[in-house]
Ligand binder design. Structure first.
Ligand code: AMP
Length: 516
């Protein structure tokens, strides 16, 4: 088992199909595979062997996909890193993962050199440009290597991807995703998210390849679909819409905040997006009000996933067929859920003692499947806390309804306990987003001498509107119990998000650590 073989097979069976489109350049599957083979040979030449780790600190681009698949073929674990991280954070990951080689976009040359002595295992740094005596040049390394490569023979439990958790709640941990995990994820994606995906399909990598978009490149490679990789490092909704129309994109993975920006983009009204078959969104909550607008504008091509790095892209899904708004109350209610367990995935809700709870009861969400990680790299304590009797404990709180739809309340760390009452921020966020002046909202608990914690709403407003904190508090009172209403509202221009579009509640909480 080696997921690198997905590429080898696609290149063998349909060599002339376009594999990667980037700007005005295009590479066929034969060319993509040849470059990956060359890079795989180059890595081996630099001393990388099966079981080693190679860090990828790269902007989205063809070289990121090449380096990733080269790692798979060699049988070393790829360590894709969020390129927005601070140098202290990415050096921590490079060092903790014991990476032997770092492949980096040129923009990181200086920082990598400055922090070199903190990355004890690194033998070589390969840069996309600006090489010197300390840094090797990507194209030179690649072009000097042979274009044939024998994909490594691997065991299913060999690590393919060391997925560092996005760190919205603490120091990142490296979830060991094996070739079995990513094969399972691939099959599940092809079953549930992009059924029928094939060589005529086109995917667009609007989100970072170091996270969801990179994971979903694997099923698309396995089906010889075309990968369109936009230029630039930030999400540009108008450009994404233009590329969807130009390349007749059929599937795309986006974070909810990206989906919201796409549907708010005025260009959507005159863009031909009819080629879209699967707009896969997930990785963070999508509020019902926003989702209803998305369904009205994009229709039944939407499909939601609920997953986490430890069970990549694969716990539950809200299928295409549930993305309907027709006035039916039950259907609208379902839009607030994260859907049903993925094919071949077990999901349960358990109490503090690990006992399964009946539908309707709230507890921790646990999952068991071939997709669940092997454990955290060099972190047996965290592994033992997360994996119990073969079940992954997600740290998310939820409940099933009587039809088997899972409603995710919040991460347990985000739950607010005020005056002994549990308050789920999402419930209040769902209310506030319905106020016409609210563009984005995050609800958090802040220390309170009387209640332990109190509810604070952090709000960014829609341009051209104005609203006071008291008006928003009164608006909440009309829709939720009084004890859940925010005690304070702060207005900000932008709510802090990480590179993957997730709201950084930890950063917000730190800001209000001393109350108010
Ligand atoms: P990460 O490991 O960075 O992908 O983060 C995973 C976490 O994001 C999950 O444990 C959930 O708390 C959250 N998440 C993922 N998908 C969804 C979703 N569809 N709705 C709400 N939260 C989600």
């Amino acid at each position: 088992m080696n997921i690198g073989k997905f590429l080898t097979q696609s290149a063998r069976s349909i060599p002339q199909n376009p594999a990667i489109v980037h700007g005005s350049s295009m590479w066929t599957y034969a060319e993509f595979n040849e470059r990956v083979n060359q890079f795989a040979n180059a890595l081996v030449g630099l001393g990388v062997a099966k079981g080693d780790h190679v860090a990828l600190l790269m902007y989205n681009g063809p070289q990121m996909l090449e380096a990733m698949f080269a790692c798979f073929k060699v049988g070393c674990g790829a360590v894709p890193i969020n390129f927005r991280l601070h140098p202290n954070e990415f050096t921590f990951i490079i060092d903790q993962s014991e990476s032997k080689v770092v492949v980096a976009t040129a923009q990181f040359n200086l920082a990598l050199k400055q922090h070199r002595n903190q990355m004890s295992q690194v033998h070589h740094i390969i840069t996309t440009s600006g090489a010197d005596e300390e840094l090797l040049d990507y194209e030179t390394v690649l072009s000097g290597a042979a274009s044939e490569f024998e994909d490594a023979e691997l065991a299913p439990d060999d690590v393919a991807w060391l997925f560092y958790t996005s760190g919205t709640t603490g120091r990142p941990k490296g979830a060991m995703l094996t070739h079995r995990n990513l094969t399972g994820m691939t099959m599940n994606c092809l079953a549930d998210m992009c059924p029928g995906c094939g060589p005529n399909d086109v995917t667009l990598h609007a989100a970072p390849l170091s996270h969801g978009s990179g994971l979903y490149s694997i099923p698309n490679v396995a089906r010889a679909a075309t990968h369109v990789i936009p230029d630039g490092t930030s999400f540009d909704p108008a450009n994404v819409l233009r590329l969807i129309e130009q390349h007749r994109v059929t599937n795309i993975f986006v974070a909810p905040t990206m989906l919201k920006r796409l549907i708010d983009c005025p260009d959507l009204d005159h863009c031909d997006s009819s080629s879209l078959k699967s707009v896969i969104y997930g990785g963070a909550p999508m509020l019902v009000e926003d989702l209803t607008t998305a369904v009205a504008k994009l229709g039944p091509c939407l499909v939601q996933l609920y997953g986490q790095g430890e069970s990549p892209m694969t716990i539950t899904y809200l299928p295409h067929r549930d993305h309907v708004v027709n006035g039916d109350h039950d259907r609208r209610r379902r839009l607030a859920s994260v859907g049903i367990p993925r094919t071949d995935v077990e999901v349960a809700v358990v109490d503090d003692n690990g006992r399964q709870l009946p539908s309707g009861s709230c507890g921790e969400i646990v999952t068991r499947s071939d997709m669940v990680m092997k454990g955290y790299w060099q972190n047996p304590g965290a592994t033992a806390a997360a994996l119990k009797d073969g079940w992954l404990h997600t740290g998310d709180i939820g409940r099933f309804d009587e039809c088997g739809y899972l409603f995710l309340m919040d991460r347990s760390k985000d739950m607010i306990i005020s005056g002994g009452e549990n308050i789920y921020p999402r419930e209040i966020e769902e209310v506030l987003i319905r106020h016409p002046a609210v563009r984005e909202v995050a609800v958090i608990g802040v220390p309170d001498p009387e209640w332990g914690e109190s509810v604070k709403a952090v709000v960014s407003t829609t341009s051209g509107t104005s609203v006071t904190d008291q008006e928003l508090i009164d608006f909440c009172r009309k829709h939720v119990s009084s004890y859940k209403k925010p005690r304070s509202v702060d207005f900000v221009d932008e709510i802090p998000k990480n590179n993957y579009g997730k709201i950084m509640k930890r950063v917000l909480r730190e800001k209000y650590l001393h109350g108010k």
